[in-house]
Ligand binder design. Structure first.
Ligand code: GLN
Length: 229
């Protein structure tokens, strides 16, 4: 048995939600791309396993891991104490945080305090949704993905969106989110991890591969490809 031959290498089913750009993107032809996709493929290369990506809505990912329907999930998933009760995470691989986004012409929302009593759109099951619950008197609408909650903001149905800063800033910078600005950056300090079921036999392998990619420059290359273009 030679684990380096494609045929014999172990196949890991990895869930991802390709609406979280630029971490996971699905091209018009159905191909998966993005920071997380490159990172997971690089991990597989070092750890000598193959990856079979499976598209799942973000909100269904934790239950899929709990039920062991997938071996792992990579989708800009923040490591939280709450999630650690039911699933496991790799070492952190990305420092992230939440941001407030508003329409370009909005002058009155500037920070956490100015969100009180406002209408806010968030993604179901996200850390942004948890954060929004702590805002006094906020009226919260929940959506399945980034494109949907930003559309709701542009339509004028909500006053603000609370979501991951990097994804929002990336979309604005690349002209994909016209008419929207970020007013408060990194409201929280969060770290993304690769999620697995508890007691996963693959977690140790994934952590060792991540460490290797961080020290051999591959991680840096992938980071530059997506964020320093
Ligand atoms: N980082 C956020 C969370 O874990 C959102 C991630 C995402 O939308 N893919 O809740």
């Amino acid at each position: 048995f030679d684990p380096s031959t494609k045929q014999d290498a172990k196949l890991l089913k990895v869930a991802t939600d390709p609406t979280f750009i630029p971490f996971e993107i699905q091209t018009a032809r159905g191909k998966l791309e993005g920071f997380d996709i490159d990172l997971m493929n690089a991990i597989a290369q070092v750890a000598l396993f193959r990856v079979d990506f499976e598209n799942l809505p973000f909100d269904g990912m934790i239950s899929a891991l709990q039920a062991k329907r997938v071996d792992a999930a990579i989708s800009g998933i923040t490591i939280t104490a709450e999630r650690l009760k039911t699933i496991a995470f790799s070492r952190p691989y990305f420092k992230a945080g939440l941001a407030i986004a508003v329409r370009q012409d909005n002058q009155n929302i500037k920070d956490f305090n100015s969100l009180q009593g406002k209408k806010i759109a968030v993604q179901i099951g996200s850390t942004g949704a948890d954060f929004a619950k702590t805002i006094p008197n906020a009226k919260i609408s929940t959506f399945n993905s980034g494109p949907e909650f930003f559309q709701d903001l542009l339509n004028g149905n909500v006053d603000a969106v609370v979501s991951d800063a990097f994804a929002t800033l990336y979309a604005i910078k690349n002209g994909k989110l016209k008419g929207i600005k970020v007013v408060a950056d990194l409201l929280t300090e969060e770290y993304y991890g690769i999620a697995t079921p508890k007691d996963s036999p693959h977690l140790d392998t994934i952590n060792k591969a991540l460490a290797a990619l961080l020290s051999n420059g591959t991680y840096k290359q992938i980071y530059q490809k997506w964020f320093n273009a």
